[in-house]
Design a protein around this ligand. Structure first.
Ligand code: ZN
Length: 481
């Protein structure tokens, strides 16, 4: 790898096949490439308004000359290109600078498709295939199930400040039924994913090798009653569905409502989370710059997410050095083993933060566990491999540091079960497997038992096996002929 440090193309080729563990921060709707959305919409018979580029349901596509079936789009290259720009930050990435509005605007364009539960399994399948091609073992995809119905229920009951009482009222007032519905929905989405990939058959696609779980999202830009209902729903769903392993809060952190209610949302999490100790909490926090909010509002989001909201993982954390007592907060994250999900391309495109303006090295120096993540690889037109390349190119990481990031991504995943490692920095193996060479194919009974009982440890062992194979092959290929 050192040999390729100054050759980004060769480095990319090498790192593409490096086993990477997990992508822990990936929004399903944003992970799908515009080209894949177009394929889906063509298959389903959607059409597009020729001048506004607005997508229309198949039922509305007849007899209006202004509407073009999306299956026709490849014959209209200018429209096709304009649509790719609308549904992604492609034009921003080409021109440089910050794509905040462009990014959040993109989701509007394809929301008819991305919010359709009948398509979400197919979307997950395309994301899984892309992950497999990069030797990614595990995806924790964020999505929003039953969003509208839950929000509506919350609005009906209102917010009275009494979280305990409201929780009961929501559960008996219809939320419980929605959770049952959500459980069936996510099971169907996962079955659709497996079916689209032909998993379990002789024509299984590469994506079948990737384990997929989900995190239920809560939109943080809505009224307090609506946010509370969504949070409760997310906790309940994650507790009751094997497919959903945790929760997250989404929407621009600098949105006026998200800012006004930030501390309120954290206190809602504090009131709810004691009922659901097994549910993983990852929070977007510190996806901020001085340009986006007044200085006093950039000083507390990450700390409150951890100390009040109970976040075990922080998404982005870009504004860490602007927090009050930043050094102490970094030490706290290291001590509490709170992982930071570093989304380098996302931060560059959406926030305009890259290279040394990014606190990547501050996190490394403070010993905060970290993992690389893609955030929205489709909209941002990137992938996890590019994050690994940037970690080497921009922050000088060596191969063993990259391995550490890959190991972290599985160790800090919300997959159930004991970890293969007993220390934060993955330095000490679980005693059950300590007598074996890492990733060995034949193992004794105690290690077998650990892997059989822990979904997490199983993937961790697989990562080690794959790393061994990758390293042997890379060394062979790089030897002078
Ligand atoms: Zn995100």
């Amino acid at each position: 790898m050192e040999q390729y440090r100054e050759q980004p193309n060769a480095l990319r080729a090498l790192l593409r096949s490096m086993p990477k563990g997990a992508d822990l921060h990936s929004h399903l709707s944003g992970a799908v490439y515009a080209e894949d959305y177009l394929k889906l919409s063509a298959q389903q018979g959607y059409c597009l308004h020729r001048s506004t580029l607005e997508l229309q349901e198949p039922s509305r596509c007849k007899a209006d000359p202004a509407l073009l079936p999306t299956s026709e789009l490849p014959n209209h290259v200018q429209l096709y290109s304009a649509l790719l720009d609308r549904w992604s930050t492609r034009d921003v990435a080409a021109g440089g600078g910050s794509g905040h509005a462009d990014f959040f605007g993109a989701f509007q364009g394809f929301s008819l498709l991305s919010s359709n539960p009948r398509l979400q399994g197919l979307m997950a399948a395309s994301v899984a295939n892309r992950a497999a091609a990069q030797s990614i073992h595990y995806l924790e995809l964020m999505l929003t199930l039953n969003g509208d119905s839950v929000v509506q229920l919350g609005r009906q009951l209102g917010w009275n400040g009494d979280a305990k009482k409201l929780r009961q009222q929501l559960l008996t007032g219809g939320l419980d039924a929605l959770v049952k519905q959500g459980r069936e929905q996510i099971a169907r989405i996962d079955a659709d994913r497996a079916a689209a990939l032909n998993c379990g058959s002789s024509s299984a696609q590469p994506g079948c090798r990737v384990t997929v779980r989900f995190l239920q999202q809560t939109k943080r830009t809505l009224a307090p009653a609506e946010v509370f209902a969504q949070l409760l729903y997310a906790f309940e769903l994650a507790q009751r569905s094997e497919h959903v392993v945790g929760i997250n809060l989404v929407g621009p952190e600098d949105h006026p409502i998200a800012r006004r209610d930030y501390s309120l949302h954290m206190s809602m999490l504090a009131a709810l989370r004691s009922h659901y100790p097994e549910v993983g909490i990852a929070l977007h926090a510190g996806e901020l710059t001085l340009n986006l909010v007044p200085p006093e509002e950039i000083t507390f989001h990450i700390r409150e997410a951890i100390t009040i909201g109970g976040a075990r993982r922080i998404g982005h954390g870009v504004s860490i050095s602007y927090e009050t007592n930043a050094r102490e907060l970094l030490a706290l994250m290291a001590n509490l083993k709170v992982l930071v999900e570093l989304c380098l391309t996302s931060n560059a495109v959406i926030l305009g933060i890259q290279n040394n303006d990014h606190p990547f090295l501050e996190y490394q120096q403070a010993g905060v566990p970290a993992a690389l993540a893609s955030d929205d690889e489709g909209v941002l037109r990137t992938d996890l491999t590019e994050q690994f390349v940037q970690a080497v190119r921009r922050y000088g990481l060596n191969y063993s540091q990259l391995k550490q990031l890959a190991r972290n991504s599985l160790a800090y995943s919300f997959l159930p079960g004991q970890s293969l490692w007993t220390t934060v920095n993955n330095a000490k193996l679980n005693p059950s497997c300590a007598q074996h060479e890492l990733g060995a194919s034949s193992i004794g009974p105690s290690c077998s038992a650990l892997l059989a009982n822990s979904a997490k440890a199983r993937l961790q062992w697989l990562l080690e096996t794959d790393l061994q194979r990758f390293e042997r092959q890379a060394v062979r290929e790089l030897q002078p002929k």
